[in-house]
Design a protein around this ligand. Sequence first.
Ligand SMILES: [Zn+2]
Ligand SMILES: [Zn+2]
Length: 331
Amino acid sequence: MIGFKTVKSKEELETPPKTVSRPRFCTKKTEKIPTAENTEFAGVAISMEDDYDHVELCKDWSSCPRCFFLRNKESLQEAAPVKFFPGLSWLDARMVNDMWGIGCLICAAANFKTDFGNFCVRSVRKSNLKRHTASPQHQEALNKLNLDHKDTGIKQAPTEEEFQLALNHRRGVASLSFSVNQVGKRFKLCKMMWCLAEAGREMTREFLKEAGSIALAQDGRKSKLLVRYSACNEVTLVHKKGFLGLEYIDGLQSAAAIVECLEKIIRKFCTRPDTGLDEHLEACIKESCEVLCADAASNEFAAGRLARKGAFSNVVTICKDNAHAATRQEN
Ligand SMILES: [Zn+2]
Ligand SMILES: [Zn+2]
């Protein structure tokens, strides 16, 4: 066992030497004892060889804190855990100005010029460690490093299971006014729906960025334009279709206004709530768009041709949905 290497015989143990040499961790009277105030840095790490050397040379292993620390390192570190990080300990030993001392890795990382922050502590007792764990100074260091999540007892975000329950609820086309058991009521459900919708949009954004060919279908009614997409990945040949956006058409429903509205929908789709407009994605969608589909209304059909001359230069065909306008009367 570490610390017992110096024991030569039982007799030697029972009859301690008359002049007990000072342990290495002790300083001579003339030596300046490193303290929190006069120590500039948080010491240097100790190698295993140094520890072995110390154990071999230490004459007072029974009262030497360094030997005690090495003998009980695991249990001492268990008594000095880092909150919210199971298995991690803030306790470590270092050499400061050739002096051995224990200290706190958290306080040192937070650059706190305290005894624990500067590894100047030589009292290796569990009570001492527990006191430091609970000390305001240590809590402040955790806060400074953003490692302290205040346990208020309130959940920070719904769990994956709760999101799944909310999604299933909406897939059943149920009203948001109906609360979901174990999840919440309308206010919370609305927020969760937004999160789910944004996650879905993000998946679509990633897909359209890689898409080899995109077809956009649009239809306008009562100053509103709805756009859907149908796209295929040219490498994996995965095909997806879905909703791209719905916007009000500004002004008269002219062909130019419809094109402007289409671009507005694409721009809005490419805008993330946190990072803003993704111009690369916007360009990718416009470049990959090969088919524009509108109903038989003249303004929408003209908008398709107008778009081809503008930003949607790679459009190969403009489809006309004849069945859509089956009941339209010829003037
Ligand atoms: Zn020792
Ligand atoms: Zn600390």
